[in-house]
Design a protein around this ligand. Structure first.
Ligand code: UGA
Length: 326
């Protein structure tokens, strides 16, 4: 089987590629443009660690490269590439979000349309499409009303994905990820920053009062769901929550982290950042029904896995500064 993973050098794309390559019958073509939203050296190392058995890297920009030939004979596309980051999507940055999240997805769909071999087109959507959700747990049929320009861009792309399923039969599945964490997590995300601060006895910053709730989802569970799509082939145009299974406040996660690190954390509170929602938490009924998926990793086990990974990072990658502190 031949599959394409966009964003293969990134956090989720890298973990997914590693897992896919465990199956010796799978050939992965990874596409990445190594943008500098955070230190591209992290992505270079990620790719190196994937080895080259079954793996081909195409270093190119999805917004301009030729995609039709590339997708012609593939069995699946896992579209994980995009411009992430909720809090940095305001102002002039938005242009990057429209290009890398919306326009790129449309280009991929156009190319996917003419493939005669494709059985799955998986789009990495986001819990941020819900914004201030109508209710909890949030169902896929609830009205999406994003709170950030990032969420708007992910939702716009998700609508495109569904349009190409309905109009052209592209076998799409949109997976709405709820705050993903674990080994490889981006350096602009909360747990990466908290663990880095904890391990080096530095102060960490909480935006707002720390009572905001997230349904953090471990990357291994996310990877498992992506692969389950290949097996289950949900109806084209399906939209599915991948929500971690336990609702916790940011303050509670710090208690767990302090107990794992066995030391008190130094915390300062700062203003809430525009675009941050108060709560996320999704129903996983549909994921269970369509993919036979339920989350398996709780916050303690998941944070332990991220701490172990971060403890093992070489110094040059540990203390890397993102261009956009997030
Ligand atoms: C994350 C990802 O960054 C998005 O790409 C993704 O689409 C989104 O999840 C999603 O689920 O849709 P976010 O929930 O903001 O976005 O993830 P974190 O950066 O891990 O932040 C979690 C919470 O911690 C937020 O309330 C944030 O304000 C807070 N936080 C973050 C801090 O208090 N301090 C920090 O230094 C960083």
């Amino acid at each position: 089987m031949k599959v394409v993973v966009t964003g293969a050098a990134g956090f989720i794309g890298g973990n997914l590629t590693r897992e896919l390559l465990k199956d010796k019958t799978v050939e992965v073509i990874g596409i990445d443009s190594f943008t500098d939203y955070y230190n591209p050296e992290i992505k270079r190392q990620n790719v190196l660690s994937l080895g080259d058995r079954g793996f081909t890297l195409v270093e190119d920009d999805l917004s301009s490269m030729d995609l039709t030939d590339l997708l012609q004979d593939v069995d699946a596309v896992f579209h994980q590439a995009g411009q992430p980051g909720v809090r940095k999507s305001w102002g002039s940055e938005f242009e990057t979000y429209t290009r890398n999240n919306i326009a790129v997805t449309q280009r991929l769909l156009e190319a996917a349309k003419s493939s005669t071999t494709m059985k799955s087109f998986v789009y990495a959507s986001s819990s941020s499409v819900y914004g201030d959700a109508e209710g909890f747990p949030t169902h896929e049929s609830d009205l999406p009303r994003p709170m950030s320009p990032y969420g708007v861009s992910k939702l716009a792309a998700e609508h495109l994905v569904t349009l190409y399923a309905k109009n052209f039969g592209v076998p799409t599945t949109s997976l709405r990820y709820f705050t993903v964490y674990g080994p490889g997590q981006r350096p602009d995300m909360a747990f990466n920053k908290f663990i880095r601060a904890g391990l080096r006895d530095r102060k960490l910053t909480i935006y707002g009062d720390g009572r905001q709730i997230r349904e953090f989802t471990h990357v291994a569970d996310i990877v498992r769901a992506n692969i389950a799509v290949l097996r289950a082939s949900p109806a084209p145009g399906s939209v599915i929550n991948l929500s971690g299974g336990s609702s916790v406040t940011v303050n509670e996660t710090l208690e767990v982290l302090a107990s794992i690190l066995q030391k008190p954390l130094s915390v300062e509170y700062a203003a809430k950042v525009a675009g941050d929602v108060f709560r996320t938490g999704g129903s996983t009924n549909r994921a269970k029904e369509l993919l036979d998926w339920t989350p398996t990793i709780d916050i303690r086990e998941g944070l332990e896995s991220q701490v172990s990974w971060m403890e093992s990072l070489p110094e040059a990658l540990f203390d890397t500064h993102s261009n956009h502190a997030g």
